[in-house]
Write a protein that binds this ligand. Structure first.
Ligand SMILES: Cc1cc2nc3c(=O)[nH]c(=O)nc-3n(C[C@H](O)[C@H](O)[C@H](O)COP(=O)(O)OP(=O)(O)OC[C@H]3O[C@@H](n4cnc5c(N)ncnc54)[C@H](O)[C@@H]3O)c2cc1C
Length: 271
C-alpha cells in the first residue's frame, strides 16, 4: 500500500492525474469500513484549501475536507445543516469525518444530503484541467455513484447565502446517536404574509439517492398555508409516488414510507 500526502490542492490534482487508480482518503470513516481494495491512497487531510469556509459572490463556500466538529464550531454554517450534523454518529467520528466524504460516499443514508439538496447546494470539482460546478442533485447519480471524473476531486460545496423563515429537520434512527438513518426529512419554507413563496422538501434513505421533487415544490409554492393544509391529502399522495424505500436491517419499507409522510404532514401542518 502506497500513501500519497499532498500538501496543497495543486499537488493533490497533479498526484491524482499521475495516479488515476489511487483513491482519496479524507477522514476514512467510510473508506475503512468498506475495505475497498486499493494499492494507493491519496490522503487529503493536509490539503489546507479543503479546510476553508468563506463567503463570496452570494454563496457560502465549504471546503470538502472540513470535519463535522469544525463545521459545528463555525458561525457561518446554517443552523439546519448543523442540526443534521449533530445527528451523525458520535463525537469520535464527527472529529474526523468530513462533509466531502459524506457526499462522495453517496449513500442514500448520508445525513447531510437531504439538507444539502433542499439548500440547493452545488459542488465544485477540480482537476489539473480546472474547475467545474454542478448541482449536488446531478453529482450524486446513484448508490456510491458520482458524476466525478477519475482525474477530479471534490473541492468545495457552495450554498446560496439565504435564510428561510421555516426550517424543519428530523432524522429517525434506532438511537439518538451512533445510528444510521432509517429515514430523514428536511423541509424549508419562506413566507410572504401567509403565502408560502418558496417550498423545499427532501427525504433521505427512501431511494437510491436523497429525494427532492422540484416539480411538486413548484406545484404547491404560492399557495397560502391554509390552502396547503386543505390540500394535504393530495400533497401526501403526490409525494408517496416518489418515496420508494426498501426493507433492510435498519427498517421496513412500510415504516419508512409511513413516517416520511407523517413528517411531511407535520411540516405542512406547521407552516
Ligand atoms: C461508526 C460510524 C457511524 C456513522 N454514522 C453516520 C451517520 O449517523 N450518518 C451519516 O451520514 N454517516 C455516518 N457514518 C459514515 C461516515 O462517517 C460519513 O459518511 C463521513 O462523512 C465520511 O467522511 P470521511 O471524511 O470519513 O470520508 P472517507 O471515508 O475518507 O471517504 C468516503 C468516500 O469519499 C471519497 N472522498 C472523500 N473525500 C473526497 C474528495 N474531496 N473528493 C473525492 N472523493 C472523496 C473517498 O474516496 C471515499 O470513497 C458513520 C460511520 C461510522 C464508522
Amino acid at each position: 500500500m502506497v500513501g500519497l500526502t499532498p500538501k496543497d490542492l495543486k499537488e493533490a490534482v497533479i498526484i491524482k492525474y499521475n495516479n488515476i487508480e489511487a483513491k482519496f482518503y479524507a477522514g476514512g470513516t467510510d473508506f475503512m469500513v468498506r475495505h475497498d481494495s486499493c494499492d494507493k491512497l491519496i490522503f487529503l487531510n493536509q490539503v489546507k484549501e479543503l479546510k476553508q469556509v468563506y463567503k463570496g459572490d452570494g454563496y457560502l463556500h465549504i471546503g470538502s475536507g472540513c470535519t463535522y466538529v469544525e463545521l459545528l464550531g463555525d458561525k457561518r454554517i446554517p443552523f439546519i445543516l448543523k442540526e443534521a450534523i449533530r445527528g451523525i454518529a458520535a463525537p469520535a467520528i464527527r472529529n474526523i469525518g468530513t462533509i466531502g466524504g459524506n457526499i462522495c460516499n453517496a449513500s442514500p443514508a448520508g445525513d447531510t444530503l437531504p439538507v444539502l439538496y433542499a439548500l440547493e447546494a452545488e459542488v465544485v470539482l477540480i482537476s489539473i484541467a480546472g474547475e467545474r460546478t454542478m448541482p449536488i442533485m446531478e453529482f450524486i447519480t446513484g448508490i456510491r455513484k458520482l458524476a466525478l471524473l477519475n482525474t477530479e476531486l471534490l473541492k468545495e460545496i457552495i450554498l446560496p447565502d439565504r435564510e428561510f423563515d421555516i426550517t424543519y429537520y428530523k432524522k429517525v434512527g434506532a438511537r439518538k446517536s451512533q445510528a444510521l438513518s432509517k429515514l430523514s426529512f428536511a423541509g424549508f419554507a419562506n413566507k410572504s404574509g401567509n403565502r408560502v413563496t418558496d417550498l423545499r422538501i427532501a427525504f433521505g434513505s427512501v431511494g437510491i439517492t436523497a429525494v427532492r421533487v422540484k416539480a411538486l415544490e413548484t406545484k404547491y409554492a404560492g399557495l397560502s398555508a391554509e390552502e396547503l393544509k386543505q390540500r394535504l391529502e393530495e400533497i401526501l399522495s403526490d409525494y408517496s409516488a416518489y418515496i420508494k424505500p426498501i426493507d433492510d436491517q435498519r427498517s421496513t419499507a412500510a415504516y419508512r414510507k409511513k413516517v416520511c409522510l407523517n413528517l411531511l404532514g407535520d411540516f405542512i401542518g406547521n407552516l
